[in-house]
Design a protein around this ligand. Structure first.
Ligand code: SAM
Ligand code: SF4
Length: 433
């Protein structure tokens, strides 16, 4: 979501004649778009500012603005702890960015814009065209969260659930496709909670799928409680919808899920997986896990391992519980650090084993890869298969924006290398030549 926001922030500041620079040492203005989900992300902000300060020691100070969820959660602390920061702008206040930068340009004052005016934000953003021309583009359709899992800052930093209007999303999708996008990844903190005047995510997917030249649709991140039958059914019918679903579970223990206030059980979660597999057996899953949540015993952890084994996630993102100030879990008694770290290692080793096994099974098989861009100076192109796996191929022609059949030859944990098994047929004139 921050990547989407960063593109839109750039669309905003272009209006007051700021341009992107590749030279990180000579910007007039730095916008640090931040994440607050875990503690490390906050520390990164201070490190980045330290680097900017060092670089500008003997030069005119650039404007430094911190945007995103760290700004929202720690705005005043940031401004008083780090004098180098000129302004903090929360994730629902990007529309105020230009006014703030212009004010800072004129006279030096510290500014704080952290209101939750998400309606005003999207009203203003809708008037500014999305200029992103990536083959694969993000599109935020929903923001905020009403679920209040006990560990999570999102309801406090992004505010209540809000769904953007269907019309504006269809328009923005058409703009993205006109710019060259062939894949759209619909985003939301709880993307499947999308509901605009009764129109749900399944409806939006079908609407967007009817856009000519759009080849692929994905969405992230889903909550098990919002995985309704209409969404399951769309996976059986809509060919443009890719067969990888990111469905965070957090823990394999019902006791811990309850303590987390997830409001679903392991059985409920497994039933969604069963239904999805029934409707489309090609579907694979990825998930998020929190290891060492307060109260997690060895038995609870074993249940998480058992779930990992059972579902055989092709990607598992695991994090040690990080107490976030202001959330209820921050006051709970922590699992000893050493034990949590040991469990994380055990978990990640198992997840890696499953992943390697899955990936080795793809060797010598064919995959449909959407080519995104050329990499480096050679004839190498980067793309992704239907399961979002990174694939690199060689080609003397620019294949960006095309779906190519590729035979996977080798690979490591992150990237496959393959060869084109069928030369692409170029059917539509407006595909990149
Ligand atoms: N809405 C999604 C859901 O319900 O699963 C998750 C969105 S959250 C922004 C992304 C992931 O960060 C979560 O799935 C969780 O695994 C992780 N996370 C959030 N808060 C955390 C915390 N306090 N400590 C460790 N991991 C955390
Ligand atoms: Fe955070 Fe997701 Fe829980 Fe909302 S549902 S509080 S975003 S983890």
């Amino acid at each position: 979501m921050n990547e989407y926001d960063s593109h839109r922030i750039y669309d905003i500041v272009k209006k007051i004649n700021y341009k992107k620079t590749e030279n990180l040492r000579e910007a007039d203005c730095y916008v640090l778009n931040t994440c607050h989900i875990r503690e490390k992300s906050t520390e990164k902000v201070y490190h980045d500012i330290g680097r900017i300060k060092k670089n500008f020691r003997n030069k005119k100070k650039p404007i430094v603005v911190v945007t995103g969820c760290v700004a929202q959660a720690e705005g005043e602390i940031l401004l008083s702890r780090e004098k180098y920061i000129d302004a903090v702008v929360g994730p629902q206040s990007y529309q105020t960015l230009n006014d703030m930068i212009l004010k800072i340009e004129k006279k030096f004052e510290k500014l704080n814009s952290t209101n939750f005016d998400v309606v005003d934000k999207f009203d203003k953003l809708n008037q500014i065209k999305n200029s992103n021309s990536n083959v694969s583009s993000f599109l935020t359709i929903q923001e905020g969260c009403d679920k209040f899992c006990k560990f999570c800052v999102v309801p406090y930093t992004r505010g209540a659930e809000f769904s953007r209007s269907l019309d504006e999303l269809i328009k923005e999708s058409k703009d993205l496709v006109k710019n060259g996008s062939r894949e759209i990844i619909l985003l939301g903190q709880n993307v499947n909670a999308y509901n605009y005047k009764g129109k749900k995510l399944s409806h939006l997917i079908n609407e967007i799928a009817s856009i000519d030249n759009l080849q692929r649709i994905r969405y992230s991140t889903s909550h098990p409680l919002d995985f309704t039958n209409d969404l399951i059914e769309v996976h059986g019918k809509q060919k443009k919808l890719m067969p990888l679903i990111h469905l965070p579970v957090q823990s394999g223990s019902n006791k811990i899920l309850k303590k987390m206030n997830r409001r679903h059980t392991v059985e409920y979660y497994m039933n969604i997986i069963k239904e999805l597999k029934k409707i489309n057996s090609r579907i694979e899953f990825s998930s998020d896990f929190i290891i060492g949540f307060p109260g997690e015993t060895g038995r609870d952890f074993d249940q998480t391992l058992a779930l990992l084994e059972k579902v055989k996630y092709i990607n598992s993102y695991s994090f040690i519980f990080s107490p976030r100030p202001g959330t209820p879990a921050a006051n709970m008694t922590k699992v000893e650090d050493k034990i949590a770290r040991e469990r994380l290692t055990i978990f990640q080793n198992k997840a890696r084993e499953i992943k390697i096994n899955y990936r080795q099974n793809l060797f010598d098989k064919k995959s449909m890869v959407l080519i995104e861009n050329r990499i480096g100076k050679n004839d190498e192109f980067f793309g992704r298969d239907e399961y979002s796996n990174s694939v690199i191929i060689e080609s003397d022609k620019n294949l960006s924006g095309k779906i190519i059949e590729v035979k996977i030859q080798k690979g490591n944990q992150n990237t496959f290398f393959g060869e084109i098994s069928h030369k692409p047929k170029i059917e539509r004139k407006d595909f990149a030549a």
